[in-house]
Design a protein around this ligand. Sequence first.
Ligand code: ASP
Ligand code: MG
Length: 245
Amino acid sequence: MLIVQKYGGTSLQDIDRIHSAARRAASLAKQGSRVVVVVSAQGDSTDRMIQKAAQVNKRGAAREMDAYLAAGEQMSAGLMSMAIGAMGSPAVSLTGWQAGISTDGVHGNARIVDIDVSRIQRELDAGKAVVVAGFQGLDPAGDITTLGRGGSDTTAVALAAWLKADRCQIFTDVDGVYDRDPRLFPDATRFGRISYEKMLALIENGAQVLHDRSVEFARQYGIQIEVLSAFTGEPGTIVGGSEPF
Ligand code: ASP
Ligand code: MG
């Protein structure tokens, strides 16, 4: 079984949360699954980096912003890989380009166009959990690109598609997809399953739980996305598909 798990910023906010994500990944690996973990930058570090960049140059070149912002995910990847290692499971971190992710050249909002998964496959074959820095790739000019805010979701779903993963789990700070923002509307109801079309409509109306392109990839490649809480690990919402697992 090959599982792609993605952890967002709040799910990696501090050492305790990194440990709990690492523990979940390591225990799957110990049970014999091939595990790919996609990580976002920790907490609100991308926001803070954007503010810092503006202090240096209010209109910094998009290429340089990408070079800077991609580092947030790379730091998470190294930390997560070491945390999984500390749980007794061999792990390796990869940047987006080490993971073979090629994008177009639209800095700040690049699209994934291809993934050469051979390096990831090699590491999995060697028995390692593979931690991939989300939100980034390399364009045809060989420059670092980022995928737009929230783009680590798209890294995860695209990897699940190219690797033909059995499961794609997006761990987040809510326990699934709701019809309205559960933080503002206490009577919001949670979907057990939601279609790609309905999910895209919710995103269009401002829902931020998933990056829109991740849902488009999932629809195109027939990937079911599980959205679930990093804190409870309880089943959340399944996006797409109709067959039970
Ligand atoms: N760190 C990036 C952001 O805050 C990407 C992501 O979290 O998915 O937008
Ligand atoms: Mg997000």
